[in-house]
Design a protein around this ligand. Structure first.
Ligand code: GAR
Length: 227
């Protein structure tokens, strides 16, 4: 059964009148979720987080959500026989909370056709590499082992292939010779936190249009992909 957590901490966001309802799926720390919640609170993102769902009971993302009085659900994968059945349960929750756009923010689980079909071009993933380089797990380690001089993060719409769908935005960072995974991860994470709310705002403004593999950004004057 989903677990809902609430706390008495007052949310200061101005999003109650905003129309775009986000559903955030997260498996761990939730710093990208935090960047969304803060952008909303600061009036930089016209949306509201309708629900946060995790496949991990102890995910810090659930605590962060509860602190902002956002419904936080743990949906236990061990209660389902297949990934499709699990995603059907997630889908039910997303619909119940009226979610219009799904954000995979550190969601370490492959999503299936069940979810993708229901939210075609309405699921955005953030990945810590410059796709199509280094998809999948341990993207930072892969980049360091390969010896690239530049890495970064990618925001893309989700399709049936892992880390593959149409690319919305990317930001690059340098890779230094003596970088550890942690150092590279931290450098990329700063770009993730900057880019994710910007991309969500473009979506909220109806400025993203998917055509095949390409995402067109209408009247884009604000998106900064480099510092
Ligand atoms: C982020 O770096 C995100 O790009 C990555 O996990 C981290 C989650 O951090 N996602 C993936 O690797 C997905 N393939 P967070 O929980 O603090 O947002």
């Amino acid at each position: 059964m989903p677990r809902e957590e609430r706390s008495s901490f007052k949310s200061s966001d101005k999003s109650s009148e905003a129309s775009l309802r986000l559903g955030v799926l997260a498996s761990g720390r939730g710093s990208n979720l935090q960047s969304i919640l803060e952008a909303i609170a600061h009036g930089e993102l016209s949306a509201r987080v309708a629900v946060v769902i995790s496949n991990k009971k102890e995910a810090q993302a659930l605590e962060r959500a509860a602190r902002y009085q956002v419904p936080a659900l743990f949906v236990d994968p061990s209660h389902f026989r297949s990934r499709e059945e699990y995603d059907a349960a997630i889908l039910q929750q997303l619909k119940e909370y009226g979610v219009e756009l799904v954000v995979l923010a550190g969601y370490m689980r492959l999503v299936t056709h069940t979810l993708i079909e229901a939210y075609r071009d309405r699921i955005i993933n953030i990945h810590p590499s410059l796709l199509p380089a280094f998809p999948g797990m341990h993207a930072h380690r892969q980049a360091l082992e390969y010896g690239v001089r530049v890495s970064g993060c990618t925001l893309h719409f989700v399709d049936e292939e892992m880390d593959h769908g149409p690319i919305i935005a990317q930001a690059a960072v340098p890779v230094f010779e003596d970088d550890t995974e942690e150092q590279l991860s931290e450098r990329i994470l700063a770009e993730e936190h900057r880019l994710l709310p910007q991309v969500l705002q473009l979506y909220a403004e109806g400025k993203l249009k998917v055509e095949g593999r390409k995402v067109h950004i209408r009247e884009n004057t604000s998106l900064r992909t480099t510092r």
